[in-house]
Write a protein that binds this ligand. Structure first.
Ligand code: NOJ
Length: 542
């Protein structure tokens, strides 16, 4: 289908934690292939696989040492080929992670850059600079890394003397590439072709908006980096080039930029000759209340609409506290985005039952909105974040690099519970999974939830089935329903003489629903009324 991505539901697989076929306690490609039936039954249109390329795994695969090889932890290239073929046979498309901002420090390019020394063409692929001070022992500027500490690390020159510094936006093991160097674009365009030739349907581009840094690397008042993204930034030339690569292939292959930028900036990357979708964080930042959701929806639809682009809706991913937990603690909203620590430290106690109710309501908002939606594995099971992992189990580099002040993102990356009543819940044959699984998840397994008509999984399965049946959902013309109380969010989706009205009640009291057929409700109706923290889809004829 042309432009299949405009209303696709994409399921994010976090490969380490989806399903482990070889019994080493870490998920792998064959585990995913074995479970494609589950994803087919769920009703998703496409997968996004987190990075599975050869990597020292310092940042769980976001530190790539070979972009054309599968890390043995996850399997082989043949396993990937098999996964692509098997997914396509079920009508599920496959998109991969693409990590162009930085390589691993073990990538051959970086190793040769260190060896080749000052002023070499090898160093020109990265950002090497002399340090400050008489002996160059101070970093070239004051920019801070996202994971904590300075953004600069010093190397030893080939003769063993302390030498230049290189720039890294994230961990020291993730040196940033110099995207003003044409050699970098040529290499990465070729990496795209390598995977497109193998049949992948597209890419989610990691930290896509951050590829270009101010080459003067000036100090900034608060140490934040200067990353030009405006209409005249050379970064847009990179995406135009990527788009030409994608368009040279049949089958409508896509690029999805991952970006934390504001709506107007995001839209620049979605101009007709750049990428098709943007994986943004507007709904991740929104509280589960009518004004916050309305503001997020309105501004992203308006900005993307101006360039004719589709909006992509996301509440959860592998970098954010799971929504069931976020929504269970109203204190957790309003802070600035700090990757890995979206929930403020003083968020207070979490009411998981309330969080689950609100997550169910938001699910019906998310899956009705016009555009593409992403689901992060486990979201469909209503998994909460696991915030009490013992410190000794923490893997995320944020924990070390923040000097043990931020625990990082492990709590949203726990392996999926499939079946049974105790860990590892069918995820692996090994009792020792790479992150421990809570004993309390017996009621949250796929097996338990499939059998439960009131489970989160049943809600998602019903919602996705209806989304395929009722063409207005995810596709109709969007219109706000005005004149309702402040804590009600309501909109219509109109298509070919049919309207689906979405009503979400975030107030304390139940509210009446409009006339029509209730297709689905996130909580049982209370004497015909929509309960507090609940949403419903109502079909109306016009
Ligand atoms: C965003 C990814 O989603 C995150 O997991 C990773 O740590 C950073 N980019 C760096 O690649």
């Amino acid at each position: 289908m042309a432009e299949w991505w405009r209303d696709a539901v994409v399921y994010q697989v976090y490969p380490r934690s989806f399903a482990d076929a070889n019994g080493d306690g870490v998920g792998d490609l064959r585990g995913i292939t074995n479970r494609l039936g589950y994803l087919g039954d769920l009703g998703v249109d496409a997968l996004w696989l987190g990075p599975v390329f050869a990597s020292p795994q310092v940042d769980h695969g976001y530190d790539v040492a070979d972009y054309r090889a599968i890390d043995p932890l996850f399997g082989t290239l043949a396993d990937m080929d098999e996964l692509i073929v098997a997914a396509h046979a079920r009508g599920i498309r496959v998109t991969l992670d693409f990590v162009p901002n930085h390589t691993s420090d073990q990538h051959p390019w970086f190793r040769s850059a260190v060896e080749a020394g000052r002023g070499s063409p090898e160093r020109a692929r990265y950002h090497f600079r002399d340090g400050r001070g008489p002996d160059g022992s101070r970093p070239p500027n004051n920019w801070r890394a996202v994971f904590g500490g300075s953004s600069w690390t010093r190397v030893n020159e080939p003769d063993g003397s302390p030498g230049q510094w290189y720039y890294h936006l994230f961990a020291a093991e993730q040196p940033d590439l110099n995207w003003l160097n044409p050699e970098v674009l040529a290499e990465f365009a070729d990496v795209l072709r390598f995977w497109l030739d193998r049949g992948v349907d597209g890419f989610r581009v990691d930290v896509a908006d951050a590829l270009i840094k101010d080459p003067a690397f000036p100090d900034t008042p608060d140490g934040s980096p200067i990353i030009p993204k405006g209409a005249d930034s050379p970064v847009h030339g990179v995406y135009r080039a990527f788009r030409r690569v994608l368009d040279a292939y049949p089958g409508d292959r896509i690029g999805v930029i991952e970006t934390g930028a504001g709506d107007e900036v995001v839209a620049l990357f979605l101009r007709p000759d750049e990428m098709q979708l943007a994986f943004g964080f507007r709904l991740v930042h929104a509280a589960p209340d009518a004004p916050s959701l309305r503001e997020a929806i309105e501004t992203s639809l308006a900005a993307n609409g101006r360039v004719g682009a589709t909006t992509t809706w996301v509440t959860d991913n592998h970098d954010t506290t799971r929504s069931v937990t976020r929504y269970g603690s109203r204190a957790s909203f309003g802070g600035a985005y700090v990757p890995g620590e979206l929930r403020a430290k003083d968020a207070g106690p979490v009411d998981v039952a309330a969080g689950t109710r609100r997550a169910r309501a938001v699910a019906l908002v998310l899956l009705a909105l016009p555009g593409a939606s992403y689901l992060y594995q486990g979201q469909e099971l209503g998994l909460p974040n696991v915030d009490d992992l013992p410190e000794a189990c923490l893997h995320d580099p944020i924990w070390e690099r923040s000097g043990h002040t931020f625990r990082g993102r492990d709590g949203c990356r726990i392996p999926l519970p499939w079946a049974g009543d105790r860990p590892p819940f069918g995820f692996s044959t090994s009792p020792k999974t790479w992150l421990p699984m809570p004993d309390s998840w017996a009621s949250l397994t796929v097996e338990a939830e499939i059998a439960d008509p009131g489970s989160m999984l049943t809600l998602y399965r019903d919602a996705l089935r209806l989304r395929h049946e009722q063409r207005a959902l995810g596709r109709g013309e969007f219109r706000w329903v005005e004149g309702l109380a402040d804590d009600i969010l309501a909109f219509d989706l109109v298509l070919s003489g049919e309207t689906v009205r979405v009503v979400a009640n975030f107030g304390a009291a139940p509210v009446a629903l409009p006339a029509g057929k209730v297709l689905l409700a996130s909580s049982p109706l209370e004497e015909g009324l929509l309960a507090s923290d609940a949403a419903a889809w109502v079909r109306r004829r016009i």
